[in-house]
Design a protein around this ligand. Structure first.
Ligand SMILES: *Cc1c(COP(=O)(O)O)cnc(C)c1O
Ligand SMILES: [Zn+2]
Length: 407
């Protein structure tokens, strides 16, 4: 069982009993879960079920009976030798989270938050979403038997809307940006007592994503990669991955020095890159982007909640932030598909494109052991690339005609 000690303010350190609370009443800082970790061996985890719930002692659920599981996680860490050699890297891996039950990494944070909502007895859940969180929350809510309310921009990809509706969620399509949807979800969630997974359940939500660190370490034989390339929207996942590696060394499961020497790369799309812009200005202040415009809709968060913490992580971990244009993103999607057989949505294309750029510029060396996080599935966003692919020419069902065409 995960034994929660407290919710601790990330800014002033004040600790609270683990109740339904998500900001510090002293300084309005975000709250993080702290634990009483048990002594635990690598072998104990290795012998368990092949989902991220194998790490349940390190997750904020007190009783196993409250777990709402779609068997997400323990996704492939694919040795990307073909893509690596194309980019000029000797040892590269893709963490392929596009094959989760709802086809993105969001099954990790949503699954943990919905489980916790059930544990504390909330009667409904919901989220503000750029796309993937909608389905991840709706699917887990369906499994838990809880009503689910989605707040999202109305210009979301069609597949993502169809998917979320299929799980039975109530879908509020907001004519505006993600930040507009987020503001509305926040007020409605608090007034109606809904567990909005990425707002008032955020301390629990972010814990799910740290399993992206645990799994990579375990899959590398409890080694820490040199370099991690992580797409950034709100920045919650990047922060959580860093927290995950730190917990592994405090548990004695990986080497402390290896964690301290990691290089963390934050990847954003050019049309919504407030964190990259701040990094390049050498500023601690993230200036919100009013009107994000990018093919990478999952990352179109103009005012990222954890943006300033991403900047801190980059300082702490020899970090780099870099962006990719829409063309570079599409190119990243196609390169990944054609070398590794992995079809990702634009967010994954952002990771690949930024990695390519940094290797070309010599900011990532060919000997570095690199893990590139690919966080969502290409089938969710085919409108992003369909115009870039060869046009189909229909042909009569006639062998001669087909032979002439193939040449
Ligand atoms: C949400 C999302 C991200 C960004 O995660 P944050 O925690 O918001 O930074 C990256 N990739 C995909 C596919 C997503 O859905
Ligand atoms: Zn505080």
């Amino acid at each position: 069982m995960g034994v929660i000690r407290s919710l601790k303010c990330r800014e002033c350190g004040k600790e609270y009993r683990p109740q339904f609370r998500y900001v510090c009443e002293e300084c309005f800082g975000p709250l993080d879960v702290t634990y009483e970790f048990p002594d635990i061996k690598r072998e104990t985890f290795e012998s368990r079920e092949k989902t991220y719930w194998r790490y349940f002692e390190l997750l904020p659920i007190a009783s196993k009976s409250n777990i709402v599981s779609l068997n997400a996680g323990l996704t492939p860490l694919q040795h990307a030798d073909k893509l690596g050699s194309k980019l000029g890297l000797k040892e590269m891996y893709v963490k392929n989270d596009s094959v989760n039950p709802t086809f993105s990494f969001k099954d990790r944070p949503a699954g943990v938050a919905v489980s916790r909502a059930r544990e504390v007895g909330l009667k409904a859940v919901g989220c503000a979403s750029t796309g993937n969180l909608a389905s991840a929350t709706a699917a887990h809510a369906a499994k838990a038997g809880l009503p689910c309310y989605i707040f999202a921009p109305s210009d979301m990809e069609h597949a993502k809307i169809a998917q979320a509706l299929s799980y039975g969620a109530e879908f509020v399509a907001v004519e505006g940006t993600y930040d507009d949807a987020n503001r509305i979800a926040s007020v409605i969630g608090d007034s109606k007592g809904f567990g909005i997974v990425n707002i008032n359940m955020r301390p629990y939500y972010v814990e799910g994503s740290k399993t992206l660190a645990y799994e990579v370490a375990e899959q590398l034989g409890w080694q820490v990669p040199d370099t991690l390339v992580i797409p950034v929207g709100s920045g919650a996942m990047l922060n959580a991955i860093c927290k995950g590696f730190e917990e592994l060394y405090s548990l004695g499961l990986v080497q402390e020095d290896d964690v301290k020497n990691m290089k963390i790369v934050a990847a954003q799309p050019h049309g919504c890159s407030p964190v990259v812009d701040a990094f390049k200005r050498n500023s601690d202040e993230v200036v919100p982007v009013e009107r994000p415009e990018t093919v990478a809709k999952s990352l179109a968060i103009g005012d990222p909640g954890d943006g300033m913490y991403v900047l801190r992580r980059l300082k702490q971990y020899n970090g780099i932030a870099e962006e990719a244009t829409d063309d570079e993103i599409i190119n990243g999607i196609l390169t990944l598909a054609k070398t590794e057989g992995i079809f990702t949505e634009p967010a994954g294309g952002v990771s690949v494109a930024v990695l390519r750029k940094l290797v070309e510029e010599g900011k990532i060396g060919q000997d570095e052991k690199v893990v590139c996080y690919v966080t969502g599935n290409g089938l969710k966003a085919t409108e992003a690339i369909v115009g870039m692919l060869p046009k189909l020419q229909a042909v009569k069902p006639d062998i001669e005609a087909v032979s002439a065409m193939i040449g």
